[in-house]
Design a protein around this ligand. Structure first.
Ligand code: ZN
Length: 229
């Protein structure tokens, strides 16, 4: 059996079970994955997948693609982002499903959205779970070893600024599904705060469970307006 075809079938099966991929869009999603991988030889294998987290499958994909010379270890994150982006529901579909749940129960809506962002590999939960964590007398300290900024001083120094001006910054809504900084899997939902349009997203390298961010739909740089005393 062709190993690459088998892993592609498992990924599509995973998306059907975990990412809301409909039967109607199955061919469309598979072809998008084939496109991402440079249109390799493919034949349906019927392989299925019972995983409920993406890590094992993405590891298998990287290993097979390495053997086939499709991408190298350095490109693993980029290809994982491309493949999972192709298997993730569109922003409008995510918002529709979130809004439907929100009408019934806000906690079930945010639980569903967080779980979706873990399953589509945006929130790197398996890596976050490995962070050292200390809890004493109600105080919780987490050392975030997962965050790329903490491994790369250049990234830390650049903060939220983005070269080239699009998106205007690292948290602007234009990052949704954006190839810049591997945000193809990012999905956001609408928020209305005091009549202003904001949106909500989960942090890929959050400090705590369901760590999310509310962001203004209009790019508004944080500027210091107070007086130093
Ligand atoms: Zn911005």
């Amino acid at each position: 059996m062709n190993k690459l075809s088998a892993v592609i079938d498992k990924l599509v099966c995973y998306a059907r079970k975990n990412l809301g991929l409909s039967a109607e869009n199955e061919i469309y999603a598979r072809n998008a994955v084939l496109d991402v991988l440079g249109s390799p030889d493919y034949a349906f294998t019927g392989e299925t997948c019972t995983d409920t987290a993406p890590d094992m499958l993405l590891g298998e994909l990287a290993s097979v693609c390495g053997e086939e010379g499709i991408f190298t270890g350095d490109e693993r994150e980029e290809y994982a982002d491309k493949v999972m982006g192709a298997l993730t529901l569109s922003p409008s579909e995510i918002r529709r499903r979130f809004a439907r749940r929100l009408k019934v129960n806000s906690k079930s809506a945010t639980d569903w959205f967080y779980s979706y962002c873990v399953k589509n590999d945006y929130v790197k939960k398996s890596r976050l779970d490995k962070n050292p964590r200390f809890e004493e007398g109600g105080l919780v300290i987490t050392i975030n070893k997962a965050k790329p900024e903490f491994r790369d001083p250049k990234k830390a120094a650049s903060g939220n600024s983005v070269k080239g001006g699009y998106p205007k910054c690292a948290i602007c809504r234009e990052n949704e599904a954006c190839p810049v900084r591997n945000k193809r899997t990012l999905r956001t939902v609408d928020l209305l705060l005091d009549g202003e349009k904001w949106f909500w997203q989960y942090s890929p390298y959050g400090y705590f469970y369901q760590h999310g961010i509310a962001v203004n739909c209009e790019h508004t740089p944080c500027t210091w307006t107070g007086a130093l005393s």
